[in-house]
Design a protein. Structure first.
Lengths: 301, 322
């Protein structure tokens, strides 16, 4: 039996040792948690439902921040051309952006880890095929592959998730394979093999938990990368549909009004997007630094 | 070394063929060309005639061979929108993309690497922390958002620089270059800086972590103990060793820059191949999209090959690997 209480205790010590004494990383973590909570609670805390076109009033269109709306409420961050409250749109956009990135990164990482383990344990042609595919993927910039896929299959929330998954899996597969290969050199794996434990069980019970750490370190970076990629694709008009704007699409919508001085439509979603990615990257950098043996030894010197 | 090169060439060949298969199946099999080309007035018979005319009635492998055969002869088809040979369209726009990418690359390398080495050596100084903070912000800001900010600040508020188009071009080797005129350079400034910011941040981070890893290797301690001058240690021991990751990433990033120029070009209306690709995706101009993808694939295969060979020249351990 695994002692979950003990595991939780070690985890919290680990988290403390990652963040203590690094105020910027702590600020990043808190910022990220606030963004996630805002996204999760958006339907309850947003002033209006920006997807519901019936409640929008065109008379409220293009109002600057802190304006009074037709129904008497205040629009803190202004409204867009349709009279949509920017604050609400940003909250829902954040929700969609985070959802797309979370789903894509978790599926992509799972596929990558599984393929990496498969390559490490099976060897032979299975390994060659998987690693060739990884080489193929890694040699292309993700944004091009995504554009290619979206050009072929069309756009939509599901399509963009597929495109992002394809951007995520390969580096994870490569990392898992190399870390699993070095793990397989160890004696306990031999012992497990000799005692007749089936291969798939060795793979899932022993190799998976012991070789996943380097991949987990990469996950925050993958997440911020996916958020940025989704925003870029949506901004270019090949991402999410216009009816469910993500942060990138909100920025694109406001972009046309920027030159006429109506800055709030683009600037607020942009600021949220940049802060979100920045928070994640600060945390990701700290975690990576913490796990880098070179840098660790340097801290001591 | 020759063995190594031959093996890499063989890998590159396989890579190119695999990608051409993927593009072919993606564009020709998943997407239906007849549906794209026909309109409401087409009868069933018209559609069948069109399919025969396009060679879609033939078996798949035959279609694939016609497709690759035509391409090898430089025939990439005709654009639906511009009604001109696709290859001409791409070649015409290629110099614009190249000059902007190269300028960005030069700016990125010449600022990013020195900054990175500096902040690696003086890791705990305030200056290094400030530099690293700014590059983290730059690295975290999506390209398109930087572009919007650049336009707002330098084109709208300050009105120093133009925000779209190529400006005046001068001709060299029969090709028009914005690099060769003052007005052209002014037009290049914002898009080139837009592409370069990411590169600066990327190179700074790479050079910094490379420097830090090398700084505490035993041979560095030894070199210091021998009393070799600081300058010589940096030049002989540090620079040489951090070059390996930088060459790899830079090589791949040349391609990355050209790919990312799709974003920059479309925001700054820079008439390069990236803007052509996006316009073609929006207007469903399939031959252009296919040709772009195939050409960019070949370019990437070539870049990867060059990077691998460079890598082997710089690091003897790599060419002797199995």
């Amino acid at each position: 039996m695994i002692d979950y209480k003990k595991k939780l205790a070690t985890l919290s010590i680990e988290i403390k040792s990652i963040f203590s004494g690094h105020p910027i990383a702590i600020a990043g973590l808190i910022g990220f948690i606030v963004f996630v909570l805002t996204a999760l609670l958006a339907p309850w805390i947003a002033p209006q439902n920006p997807y519901d076109l019936m409640i929008l009033d065109i008379m409220d269109g293009l109002l600057p921040p802190l304006s009074k709306l037709g129904n008497g409420t205040t629009s803190w961050l202004g409204t867009d051309a349709l009279g949509r409250d920017i604050l609400s749109a940003v909250m829902y956009g954040l929700r969609l952006s985070l959802f797309v990135a979370f789903v894509a990164v978790s599926i992509g990482t799972t596929i990558g880890v599984f393929l990496g383990l498969l390559a490490a344990t099976k060897g032979g042609w299975v390994e060659s095929v998987i690693m060739r595919a990884v080489d193929l993927k890694v040699s292309f910039p993700g944004i091009l592959l995504a554009l290619m896929l979206l050009a072929v299959f069309g756009t939509g929330v599901d399509k963009i998730i597929y495109a992002l998954i394809i951007g995520v899996w390969a580096s994870k597969a490569r990392l898992t394979r190399s870390s699993a290969l070095s793990e397989m050199q160890k004696e306990y794996i031999d012992a497990a093999k000799i005692s007749g434990i089936p291969n798939w069980r060795i793979m899932l019970k022993f190799l998976l938990p012991n070789s996943i750490a380097p991949v987990l370190v990469m996950v925050p970076m993958a997440l911020s990368g996916a958020i940025g990629a989704e925003a870029t694709l949506s901004f270019l008009g090949v991402g999410v549909p216009i009816t469910e704007p993500s942060l990138g699409l909100l920025i694109a919508n406001g972009n046309d009004y920027l030159l006429s001085g109506k800055w709030w439509i683009s600037i607020f979603p942009g600021v949220v997007l940049v802060s979100l990615v920045l928070c994640i990257n600060v945390v990701a950098d700290r975690i990576r630094e913490h796990n880098n043996p070179y840098l660790k030894s340097m801290d001591k010197q | 070394m020759i063995n190594f090169i031959l093996k890499r060439l063989w890998h590159s060949g396989i890579l190119a063929i695999t990608m051409s298969l993927i593009v072919f199946f993606g564009m020709y099999v998943v997407g239906d060309p007849v549906e794209m080309l026909s309109d409401d007035e087409f009868t069933e018979q018209d559609k069948i005639d069109l399919a025969i005319e396009l060679g879609l009635d033939k078996p798949l492998y035959e279609q694939y061979f016609t497709f690759t055969g035509d391409m090898l002869q430089g025939d990439f088809g005709t654009s639906f929108v511009y009604n001109r040979p696709v290859l001409d369209l791409i070649i015409e726009r290629l110099p614009a993309t190249l000059e902007i990418s190269l300028l960005a690359m030069v700016i990125g390398l010449s600022i990013g690497i020195p900054l990175g080495i500096f902040s690696g050596i003086k890791n705990n100084s305030r200056a290094s922390k400030i530099i690293s903070f700014f590059t983290t912000v730059g690295y975290s800001t999506p390209n398109f958002w930087q572009a919007i900010i650049l336009i707002m600040v330098f084109a709208v508020f300050l009105q120093w620089l133009p925000a779209s188009g190529r400006g005046l071009t001068n001709s060299m080797f029969g090709v028009e270059w914005s690099l060769l005129s003052i007005d052209g350079l002014r037009h290049m400034a914002l898009p080139a800086v837009n592409l370069a910011i990411y590169k600066i941040c990327m190179q700074q981070r790479l050079a910094k972590s490379g420097t830090q890893e090398i700084l505490y290797q035993e041979y560095m301690t030894y070199a210091r103990a021998k009393g070799i001058s600081r300058y010589r240690i940096i030049r002989r021991h540090l620079l040489r060793n951090i070059l390996i990751p930088i060459v790899t990433i830079t090589g791949l990033e040349v391609g990355g820059l050209i790919a990312f120029s799709t974003v920059t070009e479309s925001i700054f209306s820079w008439p390069g191949i990236g803007k052509l690709l996006l316009d073609s995706i929006h207007m469903i101009d399939r031959p252009v999209v296919v040709a772009y993808l195939i050409l960019i694939t070949l370019m990437f295969v070539f870049i990867n090959f060059v990077v691998d060979v460079m890598y082997a020249i710089l690091d003897p351990r790599i060419r002797h690997q199995k």
